[in-house]
Design a protein around this ligand. Structure first.
Ligand code: FAD
Length: 563
């Protein structure tokens, strides 16, 4: 088969910087790849990778040519031709997930084949090849996302909270999908009507070309797409990290790069709160800022590159603290035995008490302001509740596309709760209107949020506004319920660690060792807490990352003492 074959349609050639996305290796670089893999001949028409295959190898073309294709029912879309010196593959080479396309030999010749373990060994030891391969794999995944060339179709509505959740889950997992909006595509609506798919079954997710899921949970989507590997329940892991926000991902990167056997359990998607931040401007090394999705997406790829196992959409439901090893239990009933634990479960958004708040969550009420939400309110009026940095960032970000942003703040001003640089930006932005000493009193709408009422607590004046988008950015409470008496918490539920643990705390917890707990160690030896979940944490990405990496140093000490 060749490019002119009528069944093969080429994808739009809009790849930017093709030399970085599809680099041609020098003979020396090919030889370094060959040292980790094996040479084999290929025959024309041979399928080296089929869509949906697990544990896909990477191929370097020595002679001949390969084609990356996206098969549909009867046709194939040509994604790219690989010539001598070029290599196949994209981000799933690192994650070990299923192939999103087909790889076929279009001209017979010779290739070098590296299986995933061989590839991981290469990129962990060869910095130059690691950079070339990682960059190409990530850029190729971005191209697949840009061209909707995934194996998932989401059919939903902009007014459905579940559609937003599903799109966010796929986006934050970096999984390409094609979206069909029922509000614009009457044909799709007719098809769903014929199959009696009602409003409560929205969105419909067509997964890997065949399985049709009606309003699936994140866990069901993860299972269908094979995002998670099987947990080996017989093994005792060196380190289980609970939570895949910045703190957990940092611990995963340091732990796995330093040779520990690391398993991360994440109840939703990696990235945590930071992943929902539109722009993080104060993280060291990014003078122009970086979106939370980009920062945490890179950290996730880095953890996988070093061999950490990351399970998504499966949270820890319990921690067993008795016995020689700790036992983490996850949704779905898996039990994981481990010699050490890092608790990095962060915090959850604090919600105002409004009667019908949950009705509008995702259908006009949001807890993060990322490009996904911003797209929904282009040219419209929005309200942001909160006076902290997260609220300030959201207001500034939304003001770049929304017609007007109302900041609703209970306090007398922003000075005590927000960084000066943000206050200045808000004051200088004509699109942002600040309402101090004000709180939201009711929400109204039929299928989605349509009206907001707020009250000025000083004057008692009530105002109604036709606003369909409300961003609630009012802080968070710690995710520690699952720890169920295992470690000492403070009065607000944050985990106490190191010097915060008083002799009374340690006596009550029956601390068994002669030494006091290490910095970041909880009232149980070998269980650490890092990031926003920890009492006294300063609620910054940098401190979460710092704590995640420091805790790993103490994990090594505990494991050494453990023998
Ligand atoms: C909108 C927004 C903007 C922000 N902007 C900035 C900024 O510009 N600069 C800055 O420094 N900080 C910023 N922050 C704060 C920063 O994001 C947090 O301090 C940081 O994310 C904390 O990291 P963490 O890993 O401790 O917790 P989190 O980010 O909260 O991550 C915790 C993770 O644990 C998971 N989890 C919870 N329970 C379980 C369970 N039982 N099992 C498994 N997994 C579980 C959650 O799903 C989550 O992914 C912002 C926060 C928000 C919300």
């Amino acid at each position: 088969m060749n490019n002119s074959d009528p069944a093969v349609t080429p994808v739009a050639a809009t790849v930017t910087r093709p030399e970085r996305v599809f680099p041609t290796l020098t003979s020396g670089q090919v030889a370094r790849m060959a040292a980790h893999g094996r040479r084999r001949t290929t025959t024309r028409g041979e399928v080296l990778v089929e869509m949906g295959d697990a544990a896909v190898p990477v191929f370097v073309v020595v002679t001949g040519q390969l084609q990356a294709l996206r098969p549909t029912d009867k046709t194939e879309t040509l994604i790219v031709n690989y010539h001598p010196g070029q290599f196949s593959g994209e981000a799933n080479m690192i994650s070990g997930r299923h192939a999103l396309g087909r790889l076929r030999v279009s001209e017979a010749g010779e290739v070098i084949q590296l299986d995933r373990d061989q590839l991981l060994a290469l990129i962990q030891t060869d910095a130059e090849m690691s950079e070339i391969l990682m960059r190409a794999f990530i850029l190729r995944r971005l191209e697949l996302i840009a061209h909707d060339l995934g194996d998932v179709i989401v059919i939903g509505s902009a007014h459905s909270a579940e559609t937003l959740r599903t799109k966010q889950f796929l986006t934050r997992n970096g999984h390409p999908f094609h979206y069909i909006d029922l509000d614009r595509d009457r044909d799709a609506q007719d098809v769903l009507d014929r199959f009696q798919v009602g409003v409560t079954n929205i969105p419909v997710v067509i997964c890997r070309g065949d399985a049709v899921l009606r309003n699936p949970t994140n866990a069901e989507i993860a299972d269908c797409l094979g995002l998670n590997e099987q947990i080996d329940q017989t093994r005792v892991t060196d380190l289980v990290i609970v939570g895949g926000g910045p703190a957990g991902l940092a611990a995963a990167v340091y732990g796995s790069s330093e040779g520990l056997d690391v398993l991360v359990l994440e109840s939703n998607v990696p990235g945590g709160q930071a992943g929902s931040s539109s722009r993080i401007e104060n993280y060291l090394g990014f003078p122009t800022g970086i979106s939370g999705l980009d920062l945490t997406g890179r950290a996730y790829a880095q953890a996988l590159k070093f061999g950490a196992h990351v399970i998504v959409a499966r949270g820890a439901t319990r921690l067993g603290c008795d016995g020689q090893h700790y036992t983490g239990e996850s949704d779905g009933g898996s039990r994981i035995r481990t010699r050490s634990v890092i608790v990095a479960t962060g915090a959850e958004y604090r919600k105002p008490t409004l009667a019908n708040l949950s009705t509008f969550e995702g259908a006009g009420v949001y807890y993060g302001a990322t490009p996904t939400e911003a797209q929904l309110c282009v040219g419209q009026e929005v309200a942001v509740v909160g006076g902290g940095n997260a609220a300030g960032q959201a207001a500034v970000f939304l003001a770049s596309t929304a017609r007007r942003v109302h900041m609703v703040v209970r306090g007398p001003g922003l000075a005590e709760t927000m960084s000066q640089y943000l206050i200045r930006r808000i004051e200088e932005n004509d699109a942002i209107v600040l309402h101090t000493r004000t709180q939201i009193v009711s929400l109204d709408g039929v299928a989605k949020l349509e009206r907001i009422r707020w009250r000025n607590d000083q004057t008692g004046e009530i105002e109604d506004h036709d606003i369909g988008h409300l961003f609630i950015m009012t802080g968070a409470v710690p995710n520690t319920r699952w720890l169920d008496g295992c470690v000492v918490l403070d009065e607000k539920g944050f985990v106490k660690t190191g010097p915060d643990l008083s002799p009374v705390d340690l006596a009550a917890a029956r601390w068994p060792l002669g030494r006091p707990p290490y910095l970041l160690e909880t009232s149980r030896p070998g269980i650490f807490a890092v990031g926003d979940v920890r009492r006294g944490n300063v609620k910054r990405v940098a401190s979460a990352v710092g704590e995640g990496s420091i805790a790993v140093a103490f994990v090594h000490q505990v494991l050494r003492q453990d023998g």
